[in-house]
Write a protein that binds this ligand. Structure first.
Ligand code: KG4
Ligand code: ZN
Length: 309
């Protein structure tokens, strides 16, 4: 079964082909350099660039692939920026109509979960920690068809908080990799955390209190015209995030006893979070870096799991 997938939910336009869980071909065009100038994604610009970039990908697809061999077309239906999603939806439908093949609309967040299982098998029950610029969730897959979100953020997503704090510290965008780099150089010096956030449901997350706390510390220093130790704040901030995620994961592993765990989403590139996850279970799956950010291969992998016998 040859699956063709399209991802266009945010600022990446991506096409991929997967055959029986073998990744055959993928092309992704990212818009990050454009949105960087604005300090975040501008939805109107994102949809316009998708229209342009998807045209380039269609030309490459037709040049490099015999599309008559495609058996199924999958695409990201939700969640995401509506204008961006529409572009993928229209093109997926046009290709399905032309090839007279079935079409499968899919959920982007479930796609992220399967990014850790490209060319690998899931052992159910499986527990996934999704951390990205837009989402933070604990996902429990009891079987391939029984899926439950056992916890999610009540306010900001992890990546969003990284980006906002990095912007306050004038480090640049996206902030995650920049703070992570500072952490790697300073984690032996600053080993403590800020106060670990609390939430009512033990598996939900809340990051906005931590964000406000760090930003207030920074503002107070500015107001008092005192020197700010960005390295200390950034390192302690990351220590806090890692400890908070670790507490949630440990509790969930204890209760749900998964056969494997996965760390997915753009923030899964984080050095300290990856290291922490590896200590929690003997079967830990991390996506390859090219599959940790938004991409169509994870959507194809989800389609494969949903349609296999
Ligand atoms: O999943 P993703 O590519 O995009 C969306 O959510 O749309 O995630 C991007 C997020 C950004 O917030 C970025 O700062 C964060 O992932 N990120 C990181 C790291 N690399 C990327 N956060 C922490 N540490 C990193 N090494
Ligand atoms: Zn995503």
């Amino acid at each position: 079964m040859l699956i063709f997938a399209i991802e266009s939910s945010h600022d990446d336009t991506s096409f991929a082909l997967l055959e029986n869980n073998k990744a055959l071909w993928m092309k992704t065009i990212t818009q990050i350099e454009i949105h960087k100038q604005y300090g975040g994604t501008v939805p109107e610009i994102a949809s316009r660039l998708h229209v342009k970039n998807i045209g380039i990908l269609i030309r490459d697809l037709l040049k490099e692939i015999d599309i008559t061999k495609i058996d199924l077309i999958a695409y990201t239906k939700e969640p995401g920026l509506i204008g961006s999603l529409h572009v993928g939806h229209m093109v997926a439908n046009a290709i399905a109509l032309q090839l007279k093949k079935p079409i499968l609309p899919l959920n982007h967040l479930q796609g992220h979960f399967y990014s850790a299982f490209i060319e690998r098998e899931v052992e159910y029950p499986a527990l996934g920690l999704l951390v990205s610029g837009g989402h933070s969730q604990l996902m429990l897959y009891k079987t391939k068809d029984e899926y439950e979100i056992i916890g999610e953020t009540q306010d900001d997503a992890v990546g969003e908080v990284y980006d906002k704090i990095a912007r306050k510290f004038e480090l640049g965008f996206p902030g995650g990799p920049l703070i992570d780099k500072i952490w790697q150089q300073n984690c032996n010096i600053y080993i403590d955390t800020f106060t670990i956030p609390q939430t009512q449901n033990e598996f939900n997350f809340s990051f906005s209190g931590l964000k406000t706390h760090v930003i207030n510390l920074y503002n107070n220093k500015i107001n008092r015209k005192e020197k700010i130790n960005i390295k200390e704040y950034a390192t302690k901030f990351q220590n806090t995030i890692v400890q908070y995620l670790k507490n949630h994961m440990q509790k969930a592993i204890e209760i749900y006893k998964p056969k494997c765990i996965a760390l997915v989403g753009g923030v899964s590139a984080n050095f300290a979070i990856r290291e922490m996850m590896l200590t929690l279970h003997d079967k830990v799956y991390l996506p390859e870096l090219k599959y940790s950010t938004d991409n169509a291969m994870m959507i194809a992998r989800l389609a494969y799991e949903k349609t296999r016998k």
